[in-house]
Ligand binder design. Structure first.
Ligand code: NAD
Ligand code: ZN
Length: 353
């Protein structure tokens, strides 16, 4: 039942996140109105709060925050045939133009006209009611929870990265960084058949979570100096696929050095704008270096590996908050207190802790 309550989390500018009432939007013909349910906090949401910008994306007018989300269909626009009120859906937060060459050739994540939730100037969905194109909503089977639906967003980044790396059965995969993105890469690599997954971080609690999610080996690179040699000793060889989920000069360099000749290095992390890398060494060993930008046609696969029970995303969630507690939730996410990994905000008014 629709009420007048549309409490919404709005980032006015750096360090100025407010809760305020907004009008309940009306779905366009191809859209659905969603009663929002679970919304995870992403590192980028925290970055906008703390810095007011990411690269050339600047918060220069109030912006609704949040993009890792799920909701329940409340109303449908007149052209919508795929969904009906009551359907529970995961929301793919980026909607491309659908007509440019990238869109037409199936690379819609590269579309210049992408409207992406909580990337300025576009509003996100940490709110009670939100409208979204129906074809970017994925119906969840009854046994998949709303929280799992929200986690399909980061999981899709992992699926896309592992597809870029061409992870396959029997692979040995090195993942650099054990934050939420490194962790979803463990899940994706595992589901694609990797037999060995070795992961690094500089924080032991993050490595413990990686082990829980299926990493076969963990390395704290703070306490080990010759990391490449250490990996070689552990595995008896170097990994043939590496996924950098930090993006610092040191990790990209390690990625080049610690990937087996002829292997693939995928860089997901965006920690540094410019880095110095041993290019000749990379080329002479035929290391293929690939980029990743979000995901593209990866939501269905992410949903499939969760729904089939191949992977369990639930251990990623460490904290739960109500929408009214949004500021506290962001404080937890930004400080990492209580070993926070994924902080989940429950946007539905009837959520009880
Ligand atoms: P995060 O900051 O929570 O995690 C990063 C992890 O790396 C932390 O656990 C940290 O302790 C660890 N780390 C830092 N320096 C390290 C080092 N030298 N060696 C090993 N580990 C180290 O971030 P996240 O949410 O997991 O995201 C990871 C990166 O991926 C970020 O840079 C983010 O911007 C990027 N990202 C990119 C895309 C994309 O489309 N390309 C999408 C989502 C996130
Ligand atoms: Zn396009």
């Amino acid at each position: 039942m629709t009420t007048k309550d549309n409490l919404t989390a709005v980032l006015y500018k750096k360090e100025d996140l407010r809760l305020e009432q907004r009008p309940i939007p009306v779905p366009k013909d191809d859209e659905v109105l969603l009663r929002m349910d679970s919304v995870g906090i992403c590192g980028s949401d925290v970055h906008y709060l703390v810095h007011g910008r990411i690269a050339h994306f600047v918060v220069d007018k109030p912006m609704v925050i949040g993009h890792e989300a799920s909701g329940i269909v409340d109303k449908v626009g007149k052209n919508v045939k795929s969904l009906k009120p009551g359907d529970r859906v995961a929301i793919e937060p980026g909607v491309p133009c659908r007509v440019c060459t990238f869109c037409k050739t199936g690379k819609y994540n590269l579309c210049d006209e992408m409207v992406f939730c909580a990337t300025p100037p576009y509003d996100g969905n940490l709110t009670r009611y939100y409208t979204h194109p129906a074809d970017f909503c994925f119906k969840l089977p009854d046994h998949v929870s709303m929280e799992e639906g929200a986690l399909l967003e980061p999981l899709s980044v992992g699926v896309h990265a592992c597809r870029q790396a061409n992870v396959m059965i029997g692979d040995s995969v090195l993942i650099l960084g054990s934050g939420p993105i490194g962790l979803v890469n463990i899940l994706a690599a595992k589901s694609m058949g990797a037999s060995t997954i070795i992961i690094t971080d500089i924080v032991d609690s993050r490595l413990a979570k990686a082990k829980e999610l299926g990493a076969t080996h963990t390395i704290n690179t703070k306490s080990i100096t010759k990391v490449k040699e250490h990996i070689e000793k552990l595995l008896g060889d170097l990994p043939n696929k590496t996924i950098d989920c930090v993006g610092a000069e040191a990790t990209i360099r390690l990625g080049i050095e610690a990937t087996r000749a002829g292997g693939n290095l995928v860089v997901v992390g965006l920690a540094a704008d410019e880095v110095k890398i041993p290019m000749a060494y990379a080329l002479s060993r035929e290391i293929t270096i690939l980029g990743v930008f979000r995901y593209c046609n990866d939501y269905p696969l992410a949903l499939d590996i969760v729904a089939s029970g191949k992977v369990n995303v639930k251990p990623l969630i460490t904290h739960h908050y109500t929408l009214e507690e949004t500021l506290e939730a962001f404080e937890t996410a930004r400080t990492g207190r209580g070993n926070a990994i994924k902080v989940m905000i429950h946007a539905n008014a009837d959520y009880k802790k």
